[in-house]
Design a protein around this ligand. Structure first.
Ligand SMILES: Cc1cc2nc3c(=O)[nH]c(=O)nc-3n(C[C@H](O)[C@H](O)[C@H](O)COP(=O)(O)OP(=O)(O)OC[C@H]3O[C@@H](n4cnc5c(N)ncnc54)[C@H](O)[C@@H]3O)c2cc1C
Ligand SMILES: CC(C)=CCC/C(C)=C/CC/C(C)=C/CSC[C@H](N)C(=O)O
Length: 483
């Protein structure tokens, strides 16, 4: 990591060219915030080697589109909310449906139509674990939401650790280092609740178990609350909308390499990239890398001419397969020979050797403003199965009595939590920033959006040498006393 010193540009002059690599939600939001902060004159080039949206994507089944990647957004994810408002898009509320937990042999937990009955059952089986858990998640969410105030006042952070520290002190940083199960046991949550409820939630959301760090565990639990929504038409519309609104120059190209060019005190960056027809290179004042740089994701970006040389980022991304099946669920497999008596919209699973899938859920199309009714299991419906490996035919036949179509998306989905130590840097070099380190704390659309706003602010303050807006302590107090 280089020294993030000032550059040799004329004070007050804006940069002339900025590059963003990746047009997922992270890159698109970065381009949008960069435009907000640097103004209309700067040229913002966004490079995308695949599809705009990245891990936000849809597949078409029977003439309707379904989310195959990032699908749900929390009601308190304020950046995502603001994007939707600014872009004139519509919210799509999650359609209610009952959930059950399957242990490979039987359903061990079943939601009913009766809220009070569900509460009673939870209390009977797990004591007050679920209340303790609820309060824990609420407290973390409340602290997390301080970021919106800090960012609205223009404050930026030079690392993910500094950002987390400003929100929840050393408690938040420690939560990125210790297992979720340890934090919950310390809180007084029972082992049985962890095995039967928390573990299935970690499996559906991150394909991993309760040894993932407590911070991402809390993000995952927030994603299991019932105040969730999505974007009507598909979440990826936010990405294309932001790129357009920010008046960016979208290049359908793969960035191959990046190297510093020293003409004055601070470097510019030479990006070499390949389009459908040629390989070219361009010089930029500021570059933001908005794609994971771990080897398993294969971004293809090489760092050349940096001293000291950059090492590849440690750790791996977790392979998660989303299989979207149009067919008839085999409810017998779950102990319901008569499909008409199967009341669940989603089934989560515990960690058991012979369970080959993490979850199966009936899914809604991305366009429901025209009206949508969940199909009964005796009818053909559209289901999403998450599994660590692609399903073989015998496994599909176990889960479905018969099917019309199967669409498979293999994702390098989110970090393998616990496979690396520490959080990657945000500042790789003066005026060269890395967005996706935040995923090691927690991977979600809102986390990439928070990182995007932070990098735009950080790049702006570094460019204008405003050190008093970076890594300031006691921000709550400062904000209260600011004029
Ligand atoms: C199956 C699944 C379910 C999920 N569910 C949820 C959910 O319900 N809610 C939620 O909040 N989050 C969810 N997530 C996580 C969420 O999707 C991600 O955290 C988020 O989309 C990451 O966005 P990003 O822009 O940071 O990265 P990406 O979306 O990965 O974007 C990076 C982009 O960079 C491009 N790129 C890479 N290398 C290069 C190069 N060399 N040159 C040019 N372009 C390049 C890629 O093609 C890609 O488009 C889910 C993820 C998966 C996979
Ligand atoms: C960042 C904060 C504070 C909250 C985000 C909560 C959230 C929406 C988490 C989702 C995490 C995630 C990776 C879910 C993946 S699976 C989603 C869903 N169950 C599906 O079936 O697609």
């Amino acid at each position: 990591v280089g020294d993030p010193a000032g550059s040799d540009h004329v004070d007050g002059a804006p940069p002339s060219k900025i590059a963003v690599v990746g047009a997922g939600i992270g890159g698109s939001a970065t381009a949008h915030f960069l435009r907000q902060h640097f103004g209309p004159e700067v040229q913002v080039d966004v490079f995308e080697k695949g599809e705009v949206g990245g891990r936000l994507a849809t597949v078409t089944v029977n003439y309707k589109d379904y989310e195959s990647g990032g699908s749900i957004i929390h009601s308190l994810n304020l950046h995502m909310q603001e994007f939707v408002k600014q872009l004139g898009l519509k919210y799509r509320r999650s359609v209610a449906g009952k959930t059950a937990v399957f242990n490979g042999e039987e359903m061990i937990l079943e939601e009913t139509d009766w809220y009070l009955l569900d509460l009673f059952r939870l209390w009977w089986r797990y004591g007050i674990s679920f209340i303790r858990l609820q309060m824990w998640v609420e407290e973390i969410m409340e602290k997390f939401m301080r970021i919106y105030k800090y960012q609205a006042h223009g404050y930026a952070f030079s690392s993910v650790e500094e950002l987390l520290d400003s929100l929840g002190g050393s408690g938040f940083i420690n939560m990125t280092r210790r297992p979720l199960s340890d934090s919950l046991l310390e809180l007084g949550v029972s082992q049985r609740f962890i095995d039967e409820v928390i573990e299935p939630v970690m499996r559906v959301n991150y394909g991993q178990n309760v040894s993932i760090p407590a911070f991402v565990g809390a993000v995952s639990l927030a994603g299991a609350q019932n105040n969730l929504w999505a974007v009507e038409g598909g979440n990826k519309l936010v990405c294309s909308g932001l790129l357009k609104m920010a008046n960016t120059n979208l290049l359908q190209a793969q960035v191959n390499s990046i190297s510093p060019v020293y003409s004055g005190e601070a470097p510019q960056y030479q990006l070499s990239f390949t389009t459908a027809s040629e390989t070219k290179s361009e010089l930029y004042d500021i570059v933001v890398l908005a794609t994971p740089l771990q080897a398993s994701v294969r971004s293809g970006v090489q760092f050349q001419g940096f001293t000291p040389p950059f090492d590849e980022l440690p750790g791996n991304y977790h392979s998660t397969v989303a299989t979207i099946v149009h067919g008839y669920l085999n409810t017998s497999f779950f102990g319901f020979p008569d499909p008409r008596l199967f009341p669940f919209a989603s089934v989560l699973t515990t960690e058991t050797l012979d369970v080959f899938f993490n979850s199966v859920a009936s899914v809604c199309p991305v366009n429901i403003s025209t009206g949508f009714r969940r199909k009964q299991p005796q009818e053909a419906g559209v289901y999403k199965v998450f599994s660590p490996q692609p399903l073989v035919k015998a496994q599909l036949k176990t889960l479905f009595r018969s099917y019309y179509s199967v669409q498979v998306t293999e994702w390098q989905a989110y970090p393998c939590y616990g496979s690396s130590q520490g959080l990657p840097p945000v500042e790789l070099h003066p005026n060269l920033y890395y967005l996706n380190g935040i995923e090691l704390a927690g991977s979600a659309m809102e986390m990439s959006s928070v990182a995007a706003k932070n990098i735009a602010l950080l790049a702006y303050h570094r460019w204008n040498r405003q050190t008093d807006m970076v890594d300031q302590k006691d921000l709550m107090h400062r904000i209260k006393t600011e004029l």
